[in-house]
Design a protein around this ligand. Sequence first.
Ligand code: UT7
Length: 338
Amino acid sequence: MSLPVAVLGLGVHVPPRIITNEYFAQMLDTSDEWIHSRTGIRERRFVEENVCTSDIAALAAQQALQRAGLEAGEIELIIVATATPDHLFPSTACSVQEKIQAHHAAAFDVSAGCSGFLYALSVAVQFVANGSYRKVLVVGAETLSKFIDMEDRATCVLLGDGAGAMIIGGDGERNDFLSFVLEADGRGRQALYLPAGGSVLPASAETVQGRKHFVQMNGREVYKWAVEKITQVSRKALDQESLSLEDIDYFVPHQANLRIIEGVAERLHLPPEKILLSLPRYGNTSAASIPLTLEEALTAGRIQPGDLLLMAAFGAGFTWAAGLLRWSWSGCDGQPTL
Ligand code: UT7
């Protein structure tokens, strides 16, 4: 059985606190010029100390519900993609379920780093397509600011906080999702990871002292893999549908680094006007970056019903993924929310 699956709503939340590149330049041996020229990032958002991942996930979810004209009680499944969960367990999805009062929903998290939103969305689409659930909430949400080493200039300038939510479900004839491709290679798992706090290295005074509860990254390695894999997986998703790059209206990449995106665009021969970017304003928000980018383009009137979107991401694991989406949802009220 394969039922039609449609986007019913989209919502986002970014914390109001803006952190400019100058903020880092005042504390570290770095500059706005270095950060902007190497990454494309101008600023990012950080949550306040008392705000956690499920808080911003719930705010994004509430906006998506309101725009979809749905009550929380109608949601049957919640999937949260995050690398920065509220706790090791229970899942952040359970906290979101409680915060939005979606008491009838099953809930679980997906851990796939920056590819998390596409991994979670593809799982959700399968559940709707096979008739298991009719209304599914997918959220990509991160509070990366809580896990970055503010003494490590090579990582702390890259990451930001934010959340994006998409509700999908059966809606008569609308069938928005084409193909998804998910891939991974665990040999890259230590090129981008958080060393301590899990079963390999439980929290101790030594792990705290050794700054092992912060994100560690081999930037060059990630960069190299990201360009290659995003290019390959994008081609694969198109091939599965016998589509070509000329059929794409917009490329919606995970927003990690402008040079990675430009490297992929060059290999795919994608002109700049087809590439959606939110990176300069939010930095790398990991699992939240694709829905945030969609939101900005929608409220700016760039994405129109009928447009074919190619979404692609690469992240910790290593994981990478691509998905094709024929946009048909018009429930956005046109008011810029970001
Ligand atoms: O979703 C996946 C998440 N991860 C990523 O997207 C990261 C992917 N990688 C990257 O974006 C890039 O590798 C970085 C932006 C992290 C680094 O850029 P790079 O051009 O690869 O620089 P590099 O690592 O080769 O470092 C060049 C120099 C080094 O100094 P030395 O050893 O040549 O003296 C670094 O210490 O740049 C230095 N550096 C900085 N200098 C000023 C690293 N970070 C900074 C900084 N400000 N913030």
